[in-house]
Design a protein around this ligand. Structure first.
Ligand SMILES: [Zn+2]
Length: 238
């Protein structure tokens, strides 16, 4: 049985999202694409869910996306591609067992085309590097990389992708990362952290500004009260 590391899932999700956005002539929100690329593995953190169970089902994904297809039409396609590539390509075709048709059936399916490549094998490590380089090249060539450093609240969505690269690299959870793949993991950690900090700085500035305005009003309030409370001024007003 083999799977991809977070780096492979993120890179493949980005590439699939990018290609479908080109085909459908729509723009993509990078943090959301990256979040959807790894979100099926949230089942690792939920004890009630089996790994590669309902969150890896094409039927469940389609049901969840029906309202988005109705509202956003073709604009939803890149996000659907980013989500479904995780289990259709990253887990199923590469060789993992998944509950492909949950809730119709809880049976786990193994792809007949499963490549059965070991996760720590040189072939898998090379494949993850190729996907990573391809994804970074697209980001640089299309100027998507610059969007990470623009303050936008969607940058905070990168907190989940950040955890998926941070935990395996430093906590060996849920798998330990081979030495050869530490560099792309660190690169993603750096990019996602920078993007989150960029937005948080904007949020902090906003809070600082709001607090200053509040302090100014609080300082001005007693003065106004005293002015109106003054009998002299009251008499002038009359
Ligand atoms: Zn998975």
């Amino acid at each position: 049985m083999s799977i991809l590391y977070a780096v492979g899932h993120l890179a493949l999700g980005h590439i699939c999202g990018f290609l479908t956005s080109k085909a459908s002539k729509t723009d993509i929100n990078m943090p959301l694409i990256l979040l959807l690329s790894v979100i099926p593995d949230v089942d690792i953190l939920i004890p009630q869910l089996q790994h590669r169970g309902p969150t890896h089902s094409i039927v469940a994904a389609f049901i969840v996306f029906i309202p988005f297809f109705i509202v956003y039409k073709k604009k939803a396609t890149p996000y659907f591609a980013a989500l479904t590539q995780h289990f259709l390509i990253g887990d199923f075709i590469v060789g993992g067992n998944i509950q492909l048709f949950w809730p119709i059936t809880t049976q786990y399916y193994l792809s007949p085309f499963g490549m059965n490549i070991g996760i720590k094998s040189p072939v898998n490590i090379a494949a993850e590097w190729i996907l990573f380089i391809a994804s970074i090249s697209i980001m640089l060539k299309t100027n998507q990389a610059a969007t990470f450093l623009k303050p936008h609240h969607s940058n905070l969505l990168l907190f989940i992708p950040l955890l998926t690269v941070l935990l395996p690299t430093f906590q060996n959870f849920p798998v330990n990362v081979p030495t050869w793949l530490i560099l792309p993991h660190l690169a993603y950690i750096f990019i996602f952290s920078a993007s989150i900090i960029t937005d948080l700085r904007g949020v902090l500035k906003y809070i600082q500004h709001a607090l200053r305005k509040l302090c100014f009003r609080l300082q001005a309030a007693p003065l106004e009260t005293n002015l109106y409370a003054s009998p002299h001024l009251v008499s002038i007003q009359y």
